[in-house]
Every structure is written in structure tokens, then in C-alpha cells.
Design a protein around this ligand. Structure first.
Ligand SMILES: [Zn+2]
Length: 498
């Protein structure tokens, strides 16, 4: 669009200049050796043209120079500012609630009901990047659309769009993602990259027909979402030492489990960052994911594409031919993938994967159900990590709070004597009492006793009981410990692990 604009201005300038030169040649044949012969017509009109045409020439020449100058100026401006309003700068140490509030206000000021799709997209992306948004939802309504950002796992209302802006935005998205423009009655997805002021943002687009029009969800996979490190996970010193130990093993499988949005992928990316640092050039990292949530600079990430016959199993097989030593399998949910992953884990590969289960111990029964032999599972497994996310108390305004009678009953005698906290609300947390989230972990390490037990395919409860004896801190206790440290409230602890 901007290129076209610049080119057309340059063409306009060039044509104006050439018209000027032609007129010059006709009127003043002797000037500059242009050499056109005087014609009778020119001679007849020479009296009038001698007065008027130099003025025309000057005007045309000036217009040409001006057009060239404005074309050059347009070309030198950054891509997104030529047509789209810029969001005002934010203070760099603003908390997330403050950044969200400022971004909402800036987007409201930048857009009007007649804003074009291009302007809307530029402004939304700029805002999404500064709020470290993972997904932008554009939900059609009878009036237009509601835009929400998923930030830190929570959906945050951002702005409303007019019907005209929504139509223009949907068209713009189809153009940049190279989708079928006229199709609006079938799901479509694609990916693209666009410039924002901080660099280039990578996006995956999903369009789905709804009763009010096509709903668009944009996932930001690159810029704006810093790749997490293990330090970001808020692991206790003990848990961190455990994870470090698992990641130092040359082979075996490390499982992560938890509901959707429990931060499993964040943990895996944090672990990969650690592996990259601790092993340097010896970390050949490959992944098969669905979807790729973040772009990692030093890993070969492959997206599942079932339409092209690329699923977890076939992707994993292909990855194994590429000589990696660290492999991420986005999810093990079928016998074929489980079988290949186990073989890989027994033959010199460190595998990080997720399995859907209710607890760390529940992972093993899921894999047994997929047909993995108990003795093989016992040999290949390193550890299983179950995790949940709790809202993190704002450190600026948290205050001690005694447990209620009901909470004290659930805590039992020992924990009820501890101090817990609540969020009061202040400017930094936008009055909510919370800033960001913290992860709570249940980490089951395969001790010799657990390995021995796993060979007999025990029940999940029997494994959990044994794990507790062997030193695993169960999720409930880990969540209560998190509350006792003042990281979160008891309500949050019970919500995720009650
Ligand atoms: Zn606060």
C-alpha cells in the first residue's frame, strides 16, 4: 500500500516534469538544444505563448519538484505511520494493569467509527505488543465487534469497532494472510508478519464464521512475548534444583500436565532456554507443536499440519532423522506418538512433552492406557510435573489476612496457624490486588521405589501416595505454601488445588 503510494507520487512527479519539458521544447525551440523546428502554428501563437507559457512552465516545474519531495518524504517514513495514528509512548516501568489502562485509552483516542482496517490492525498490534498480549480476539456483535486481548491468561476488554471498521479489518486480514478474499462461510487460517514500532510481529490468524460475521483470533508468536526463562516460573529453590537435575540427563522423558492455560508451554520454553544456556552448541533442539506459541531463536520448531499429513507421530518420526538431542513433543495423546516418543527417550534423546492428566501420577496411567509397557515406562520416565497458575498478589498493597473458619477447616491444624494475605488494591495493580500470575508445581521425581512400583502398573492414587512418601509436595500443599509466602491468596490456592 505504502510502496504503491510512493511509486504513484514519483510517477506523477516524473510525468509533470516531462510535460513541462515538452512544452518547453515546443515554445522555446532554441533553449537547451532540444532542437524542435519552429512550426507555422507555433509562430502564430508565439506572441501569446511568449507571455503565458513560461508561467505554465514554472508552475509545472514547481509542481513536479513538490511532488517528488513529498514522494521522497513518504518513502522515508516508517511503514506504519504513513496512514495510521501512533500510540503515545508508555513509561517503561509501568505495571501490566497500568499499561493496559493506558493502551485502552490510546486505542480509543486513535480510532474512529470510520477507521480503515489497515489503521485498526496497526493500532491493535501496536497495543497488543506493548501489553505482551498472546491473542487478540475480534468478536462480531450486532453493532460491530468487541476486541479483547488475552494478557497473562486473562481476557481483557480493549475496544469496540464499528461495523464498517470490522468489515474493512476482516478484508485487510485476508489480504495480509493471503486467504480467499470472497469466502466468509468457512473457517480459514493463515500466518503473516507485520512491522510495529518495536520490530516485526509474527501472527497466526484464525477466521471462523459466526452468526454476526467472521470472528478473528490472532495469536502473536514472536515479538511482544519474551521467551520465558526458568527464573520467570517462580520455582521454589527446591523445585528449581529438581528441574535443573532432570534437564541435565542425557535421555529420558519429562512430562508436564495441567489444564489448558496452566502454563505448561511456558515451563517447556523456560526449560529449553535453560538447556540452550547450559549445553550451548550441544543443544540440538527440535519440536513438533500445535500450535507453535512462541518463536524460539535456537530451535527447529515444526507446526502440526494435518491437512498436509503432518501430525505429532509423523512429525516426531521426521525429527528423529534430523539428529536432535532435545525434542519437544507438544502433546502425547495417541498410542503411535507415545510409542515413538518412548523409543526416542530410550535411545539418547531428552524428551519434553505434555500429557493430559489430573495429577503428576495420572500421566503414567494415561501412557499405560496407550499401550506402553509398564517396565519400559518405568525405565524411560524421568519425572512428571503437574502445574496450575494462580493470580499473584500485588507486592505493593497486600495485607495479612486470617483464614476464614471454612478455610481453617480445609487447611487442617498445622497450616491454619500461619499468616496468609489478601490484596487491598492500589494504583500499580489497578485496584485489583493482583499483578500477573505465579505457577504452583507438583513435581514427581522417579525415585528407585517409584520405578519399582511403576513396573506393576499401580493405580494413580497408589502412585501418588507413594510419591508423597518419597518426598513429592502435592499440588494442594504447594498451593497453600504459595499462599503462606504471600504470593497468592488462600482463595486462589483452593481454586486451583482444592
Ligand atoms: Zn496493588
Amino acid at each position: 500500500m505504502h510502496r504503491v503510494e510512493t511509486i504513484s507520487r514519483t510517477l506523477l512527479a516524473a510525468s509533470l516534469l516531462s510535460v513541462g519539458l515538452i512544452v518547453l521544447a515546443l515554445v522555446m525551440p532554441d533553449v537547451g538544444g532540444l532542437g524542435a523546428r519552429p512550426t507555422p502554428d507555433a509562430a502564430v501563437s508565439s506572441v501569446t505563448s511568449a507571455i503565458t507559457q513560461p508561467l505554465v512552465l514554472i508552475a509545472l516545474g514547481l509542481a513536479g519538484v513538490l511532488a517528488l519531495l513529498s514522494g521522497a518524504a513518504a518513502g522515508s517514513r516508517p511503514l506504519s505511520s504513513a496512514v495510521s495514528p501512533k500510540l503515545p509512548a508508555l513509561s517503561s516501568n509501568a505495571s501490566l494493569p497500568q499499561r493496559l489502562a493506558a493502551t485502552r485509552a490510546a486505542i480509543a483516542a486513535a480510532l474512529t467509527p470510520s477507521s480503515s482496517g489497515e489503521q485498526v490492525l496497526d493500532v491493535l498490534l501496536e497495543g497488543a505488543v506493548r501489553c505482551e498480549t498472546s491473542d487478540i480476539h475480534v468478536q462480531p456483535t450486532p453493532e460491530g465487534a468487541e476486541v479483547t486481548f488475552r494478557v497473562d491468561g486473562q481476557l481483557e476488554p480493549i475496544t469496540s469497532l464499528s461495523g464498517a471498521s470490522l468489515t474493512s479489518l476482516t478484508n485487510r486480514l485476508k489480504v495480509v494472510a493471503k486467504l480467499v478474499h470472497y469466502k466468509s462461510d468457512a473457517p480459514q487460517d493463515g500466518q503473516f508478519s507485520l512491522p510495529v514500532s518495536a520490530g516485526t510481529v509474527d501472527l497466526r490468524l484464525s477466521l471462523l464464521p459466526t452468526q454476526h460475521g467472521e470472528k478473528a483470533v490472532l495469536r502473536l508468536t514472536g515479538l511482544g512475548r519474551r521467551v520465558p526463562t526458568l527464573d520467570d516460573l517462580g520455582l521454589s529453590a527446591r523445585d528449581r534444583a529438581l528441574i535443573d537435575r532432570f534437564l541435565s540427563k542425557p535421555q529420558g522423558i519429562l512430562y508436564f500436565t495441567g489444564p489448558v492455560g496452566s502454563g505448561k508451554t511456558t515451563s517447556i520454553y523456560g526449560a529449553l532456554q535453560h538447556l540452550r544456556t547450559s549445553r550451548g552448541g550441544n543443544a540440538q533442539i527440535a519440536s513438533i507443536e500445535d500450535p507453535i506459541e512462541l518463536t524460539l531463536p535456537h530451535a527447529a520448531q515444526t507446526q502440526v499440519n494435518r491437512a498436509a499429513g503432518l501430525d505429532f507421530a509423523s512429525g516426531l518420526r521426521a525429527i528423529l532423522r534430523q539428529d536432535p538431542n532435545i525434542i519437544v513433543v507438544g502433546e502425547i495423546r495417541d498410542a503411535e506418538t507415545a510409542g515413538i516418543a518412548v523409543q526416542a527417550g530410550l535411545t539418547g534423546h531428552l524428551i519434553l512433552t505434555t500429557v493430559h492428566a489430573d495429577s503428576s501420577a495420572g500421566v503414567f496411567n494415561r501412557l499405560l492406557e496407550m499401550g506402553i509397557e509398564p517396565s519400559i515406562l518405568s525405565s524411560v520416565s524421568l519425572a512428571s510435573v503437574s502445574q496450575r497458575l494462580v493470580r499473584r498478589l500485588c507486592a505493593d498493597c497486600r495485607a495479612p489476612a486470617a483464614p476464614t473458619a471454612d478455610q481453617a477447616r480445609r487447611l487442617g491444624a498445622t497450616a491454619s496457624s500461619k499468616t496468609f494475605y489478601r490484596g487491598v488494591g492500589c494504583e500499580r495493580c489497578g485496584g485489583t490486588g493482583f499483578v500477573g500470575r505465579a505457577a504452583v508445581f507438583e513435581i514427581l521425581e522417579m525415585s528407585p521405589a517409584l520405578r519399582e512400583a511403576l513396573r506393576t502398573a499401580p493405580s494413580t492414587q497408589a502412585l501418588l501416595d507413594l510419591a508423597k512418601k518419597e518426598g513429592t509436595v502435592l499440588l494442594f500443599d504447594a498451593a497453600v505454601a504459595c499462599a503462606a509466602e504471600g504470593l497468592t491468596t488462600l482463595e486462589e490456592a483452593f481454586r486451583v488445588a482444592g
